[in-house]
Design a protein around this ligand. Structure first.
Ligand SMILES: [Zn+2]
Length: 500
């Protein structure tokens, strides 16, 4: 008999929820099985990890004021039984992804199950293109916010502090993390199958549980492969930068970086680069944290606790691929191996957390890259940001206000500026979707020799300007003047040139 059918022999009785507290059962690794006996007599069967533990037996007898019989269950069965008894949400089948239909709406009906509330909330988040879902529970109410186009939006929610706890427990079960753990931060992930217009697609959700003052806080990252634009031409890169960037991706070896803060589309740029290289019959491998889009015929690895970026890089080098995508260079070990790999015939694509393209050189130096190696391998740096696009459904021509244009220009700018009036399609925001703005540092003779000489980042910036590097604020202003975005959003996402 398998250990799983052991549990299935027993009925599970929710009446035990009041007799044996969940915290106690979790601590002792026990679960009451069968019906609560009539009256006060009758032995109670208790599933336990350690059925021979007589001290445990007498302790539980004291708690229940009934005789007990301990039987063996494994930890998984105990958790499963407790979930049923305490009516915590149970994963349908641990191997099965939960199914979501795009037609769901957030409903405000009383007595909805946590399962329904969660399914509604996830379906609406995915359908509206949210990249993140934030749930924060306070003593009196619950905050639900979606990040859409890079901006957090408050969402009306039927969640109350009470049912939020149960929804969070369900999330924990789906993620396979300990639902009784409330004191530590936990990470987990689960998969959904999202059905929209008759087409189903797999969407992974990455969940972070944080202990909060009144229960918990949850951040869910939506890893929706449909959000990736896998075409360099679709990323809003100006034709001039796109042409030069494409040439850099064809270099036989070297280090090519996408830089910027979190959430500005660096991974999207690298994925589109990989996609464009796939046509060239080159061998491509990736190491990511996490894999957000699965390519066919690309060997992709996730960073794990035991295998970091540097470990996978070392492993890859033995197989001698042509192109290696390294999700991020964030420590000196990874920097060192990436630079070494780039000198030995591999094209390394990676990201760095720096503000502009020139700062990437300073960052790599800080991570221990030597100037002569760096000047040898660095082929280019693409820095990027995202700005919101004016909603096409409600766009109208406009003249920028002087108080706004003064922050960027010395004289009134010419262009076809537009703004969104706000409509149903854009939830009144006047914006719909985002586009990238970019700057590209390309390796030139002068830049190579200055890096090798150890020239400082501020001095490099002057030299780079002479060599044709244009700061990305100029790209952003060009897009505002073309009516793609607004000066207000440029100020918000990138900053101003003339602070008042
Ligand atoms: Zn609109």
């Amino acid at each position: 008999m398998s250990s799983f059918s052991e549990l299935s022999q027993y009925e599970l009785d929710t009446a035990f929820a009041d007799l044996l507290p969940l915290e106690y059962c979790v601590e002792k690794n026990i679960a009451p099985l069968g019906k609560v006996p009539e009256g006060t007599a009758g032995p109670v069967t208790i599933g336990a990890l350690t059925p021979g533990d007589t001290r445990l037996a007498s302790e539980v007898e004291k708690q229940l004021r009934r005789t007990v019989r301990l039987v063996q269950l494994n930890a998984f069965e105990i958790r499963r039984a407790l979930a049923v008894i305490h009516q915590l949400p149970v994963a349908e089948d641990d191997s099965d992804a939960i199914a979501l239909d795009a037609g769901r709406e957030i409903r405000f009906e009383p007595n909805q199950s946590p399962r329904e509330i969660l399914a509604d909330l996830l379906a609406v988040a995915i359908r509206t293109g949210a990249s993140d879902i934030h749930v924060e529970s306070y003593p009196a109410d619950v905050d639900l916010r979606f990040r859409i186009d890079g901006v957090l939006r408050q969402v009306p929610t039927p969640l109350s502090p009470e049912n939020a706890v149960r929804v969070i427990s369900r999330l924990k079960v789906l993620c396979g993390v300990d639902f009784a753990e409330n004191r530590r931060a936990l990470d987990g992930r689960f998969t959904t199958i999202f059905r929209e217009n008759g087409v189903a697609r797999r969407i992974d959700l990455r969940v972070t549980f944080l202990p909060g003052p009144s229960g918990a806080e949850v951040a869910i990252r939506v890893l929706d492969r449909n959000r990736f634009i896998l075409d360099l031409d679709g990323l809003g890169i100006s034709p001039d930068i796109a042409k030069r960037y494409r040439a850099l991706t064809r270099m036989p070896h070297g280090l090519l970086l996408a830089v910027g803060p979190t959430g500005v589309g660096k991974t999207t740029t690298l994925y589109a680069s990989v996609k464009s290289l796939q046509h060239d019959n080159v061998k491509i491998v990736t190491v990511e944290d996490p894999i957000e889009y699965e390519f066919t015929k690309v060997n992709q690895k996730n960073v794990t606790r035991t295998m970091g970026f540097a470990d996978w890089l070392r492993t890859f080098l033995r197989a001698n691929p042509d192109v290696i995508l390294v999700g991020e260079i964030r420590d000196s070990e990874t920097a060192e191996i990436a630079v070494r790999a780039a000198t030995t015939g591999h094209l390394i694509l990676s990201t760095l957390h720096t503000g502009d393209a020139i700062s990437a050189i300073g960052r790599l130096r800080a991570l221990g890259a030597a100037d002569d190696f760096l000047s040898d391998v660095l082929v280019g740096v693409l820095a990027q940001r995202l700005v919101r696009k004016v909603c096409e459904a409600c766009a109208e021509p406009c003249e920028p206000e002087e108080a706004v244009w003064r922050r960027f220009y010395d004289a009134k700018p010419k262009g076809t500026f537009r703004r969104g009036r706000g409509c149903a399609a854009c939830a009144g925001t006047g914006y719909s979707g985002q586009t990238g703005v970019y700057e590209l540092l390309v390796r030139t003779e002068a830049i190579v020799s200055e890096i090798a000489r150890g020239t400082t980042v501020p001095d490099l910036r002057h030299i780079a300007r002479r060599e044709g590097w244009v700061p990305l604020i100029e790209d952003a202003l060009a897009k505002a003047a073309a009516g793609v975005t607004t000066l207000e959003d440029v100020a918000r996402k990138i900053g101003v040139k003339n602070p008042l």
